[in-house]
Design a protein around this ligand. Structure first.
Ligand SMILES: Cc1cc2nc3c(=O)[nH]c(=O)nc-3n(C[C@H](O)[C@H](O)[C@H](O)COP(=O)(O)O)c2cc1C
Length: 170
């Protein structure tokens, strides 16, 4: 169990099953966190899917070659996918309109990084759901839209305890 600060009140985060809250994740704009050469960056991400590939639980994200995130994912094949809680939804516009090449967007959005359990890329403490993923495969999206698809094996998922209780998962 890990903890986050929320307006002075400690709130617990608990580990959940890979697909437990996939319906929420799929319906939301997310924050994709990557890390290379010691630099951590986040970008807004809508294009994703959650499923299974070769018996691995997988989150697939589509990232355009022009993104700084693209070079970080190619350098260090790991990411966290973070679903913002309603309190931090404004971070999406920061993450989606600036580039980590010249801006520390995490600092700008006032977010906190939390060490992951299985990978070197941190998660966002204020997120309501976070996925730790290790990239096991990539593919080019082809002529529809020029993105690289990164297939990340889900190693762990954490969610706010209140949300977990509300959904009666545990
Ligand atoms: C709501 C929203 C969703 C987005 N979804 C994607 C996406 O799925 N894939 C992508 O490559 N860019 C997406 N973008 C654009 C990137 O977030 C944006 O270009 C960002 O500035 C890239 O940051 P970076 O250069 O630090 O990686 C989205 C932007 C917004 C606002």
């Amino acid at each position: 169990m890990i903890f986050k600060e929320n307006g002075g009140k400690k709130m617990a985060k608990v580990e959940i099953g890979y697909y437990d809250l996939a319906d929420i994740t799929i319906s939301k704009s997310c924050l994709l966190v990557s890390k290379g050469k010691g630099k951590v960056n986040m970008m807004a991400l809508d294009w994703k899917s959650i499923g299974e590939l070769w018996s691995y639980p997988v989150v697939t994200v589509a990232v355009a070659p022009s993104r700084y995130t693209y070079s970080l994912l190619n350098e260090n094949p790991e990411f966290t996918l973070n679903v913002p809680s309603p309190q931090i939804e404004s971070a999406i516009s920061i993450a989606g309109s600036y580039s980590g090449r010249n801006t520390d967007k995490i600092k700008m959005a006032g977010l906190t990084l939390k060490e992951s359990s299985h990978i070197s890329v941190p998660m966002i403490e204020e997120a309501m759901i976070s996925y730790e993923c290790k990239i096991i495969h990539t593919a080019e999206s082809g002529s529809i839209c020029s993105h690289r698809l990164y297939f990340g094996e889900i190693l762990a998922v954490y969610a706010d305890e209140d949300l977990v209780k509300k959904r009666k998962i545990k």
